[in-house]
Design a protein around this ligand. Structure first.
Ligand SMILES: Cc1ncc(COP(=O)(O)O)c(C=O)c1O
Length: 406
């Protein structure tokens, strides 16, 4: 067996299931689940229509590299969204469709990491999307966690990483906007990482799957390819981005995303994927092409999330210190009590389920950056989000753990 399997940690939701099994929920109240980052707004009808219209494509194997229509739609989207030069991205060599970014975030490490190196490392933010760590372990590398605590404004401080570690790094994951903080890495920070990647010879994989759920309509998050292009790095060398339709287009069940950037890396990755056997079906390709070509539904989607943040934040801020996220659909408040105790009490007193912050992070010498924080997801209908927030406020109010702030 792959020895990395033994090193895999229980997934946060396994840990949450265990926590829930030991708490009796306040059954007089209907459950409100604010723990799972699954979008719940309906998938737009035109995406379903495109899927259905392509049904007769089942008679052929789809090519692993995807069809030209989808790759062009993605290249056009990237160019418009990230202000790339008009011929800035070659759809035939610099874009590859993937079956959701989860599988791609995992498999890219299997493709790019050389586990024969004496100490192969994969760096990632902490807290982090758990796939990065599993991908590193199963690729035979050691994860290195770059802490993103509140004192660092929830962003990685690359100056904290010793040169020895950078030298060992083969792959560095970043997540911008971040899950769970919703923080966006700015141009300067991304440019610093690009410079480090040249100096220490590693690949940057930027997980940008929340990039379209931004709160300020006039200020979309910057992305890795955008910064690379601004730096004159026309070939995007060492840079790969991952984008997804799951959050942007409310289509998590479609399993559709893409990876784009450095053509040399993508040639190797396509080769890997051909053997791995993970081509995207032609139906999903057709639906994805339609989705990447439309922005109206994405604007509407953002407006719905904005409304939820506007309604929920004042309720929770009576009791909690909550940074306003720049993007995503999560709140990442500081708690007046231990995060596990908070989640337990919330289930037993209010039947509201949230995720303890420490489950999303690992401890290092400075502690666990998720401790005494909780991830609250605003993906339900507005009235459910408001009701959930009111119940959280009620729980904190009853405990009189902190007097309401003025
Ligand atoms: C940070 C982050 N990256 C990637 C994903 C995977 O998304 P998908 O596989 O649906 O594209 C998720 C899903 O929740 C996520 O939170």
């Amino acid at each position: 067996m792959n020895p990395g399997l033994e090193s895999l940690k229980p997934y946060p939701f396994e840990r949450l299931a265990e926590l829930r099994a030991n708490v009796s929920a306040a059954s007089h109240l209907s459950p409100i689940n604010m723990s799972i980052g699954e979008p719940k707004h309906p998938t737009p009808q035109f995406i379903h229509d495109a899927l259905i219209d392509a049904l007769d494509g089942t008679g052929k194997y789809p090519p692993t590299r995807g069809g030209p229509e989808l790759r062009s739609a993605i290249a056009d989207w990237l160019t418009a969204r990230f202000r790339l030069p008009s011929d800035g991205i070659d759809p035939s060599r610099q874009v590859l469709p993937v079956n959701g970014t989860r599988e791609a975030l995992f498999s890219i490490a299997q493709c790019l990491v050389d586990s024969r190196a004496s100490s192969a490392r994969v760096a990632m933010p902490n807290p982090f999307y758990q796939i990065y760590e599993g991908a590193a372990l199963l690729a035979g590398a050691s994860p290195y966690f770059i802490s993103c605590p509140s004192e660092r404004d929830f962003l990685p401080n690359f100056d904290d990483v010793p040169n020895r570690i950078w030298d060992e790094c083969q792959l560095v994951y970043i997540c911008t906007p971040g899950n769970p903080s919703g923080k966006v890495m700015d141009r300067t920070l991304i440019a610093q990482l690009i410079e480090l990647s040249d100096r220490h010879d590693f690949t940057i994989v930027s997980d940008e799957c929340y990039s379209e759920l931004y709160l300020d309509e006039d200020n979309p998050p910057v992305g890795l390819l955008q910064v690379a292009a601004e730096l004159g790095r026309a070939d995007f060398s060492r840079c790969l981005v991952m984008h997804s339709l799951s959050k942007r287009s409310n289509a998590p069940g479609l399993r559709s995303g893409f990876v784009a950037g450095d053509a040399n890396l993508l040639t190797a990755y396509l080769r890997y994927r051909t053997y791995h056997g993970c081509a995207m079906s032609v139906q999903v390709q057709a639906a994805s092409t339609a989705a990447w070509r439309d922005e109206d539904h994405v604007r509407e989607n953002r407006a719905l999330y904005r409304e939820k943040f506007r309604a929920v934040l004042p309720i929770l801020r009576k009791y909690l210190n909550i940074p306003t996220p720049q993007a995503g659909f999560y709140l990442w408040p500081e708690l007046p009590i231990d995060d596990i105790e908070f989640c337990r009490s919330l289930i037993s007193e209010q039947n509201v389920i949230t995720l303890p912050g420490r489950y999303l992070a690992r401890s290092d010498e400075t502690g666990n950056p998720g401790e005494n924080r909780v991830r609250i997801v605003l993906n339900d209908e507005l009235d459910q989000c408001v009701e959930g927030a009111e119940r959280i406020a009620a729980m904190l109010g009853h405990r009189t753990l902190g007097a309401p702030k003025a």
